[in-house]
Write a protein of this length. Structure first.
Length: 95
């Protein structure tokens, strides 16, 4: 089942994510507007074995941004809280 977000024009467009990216997004959506620590994200998607793999998390968050953000280098939707974790902003609107 595709996920949707308000897009330009029609109001709803399918999210261009699948597979592993969808797992990361699902955790962020479940905690939308709140910071999810690196450890929480890793444990939620991969379990306890990978809870210290922050480098891998950065790669996956970057991949998500490249699919969802108009300008991935200047994110407005998936925000990083340095030294803490990531936060899903409601489509670029402050939360």
């Amino acid at each position: 089942m595709p996920w949707f977000y308000p897009g330009p024009g029609s109001g709803r467009e399918p999210l261009p994510v699948s597979g592993g990216s969808r797992s990361w997004l699902r955790v962020l959506v479940a905690h939308a507007g709140k910071v999810v620590t690196h450890q929480q994200l890793l444990r939620a998607v991969w379990g306890d074995v990978y809870d210290e793999e922050a480098r891998l998390l950065r790669v996956h968050i970057s991949n998500l941004r490249s699919k969802l953000e108009p300008e991935p280098a200047r994110p407005t939707c998936i925000l990083t809280e340095p030294g803490v974790g990531s936060r899903l902003s409601f489509l670029g609107r402050p939360t």
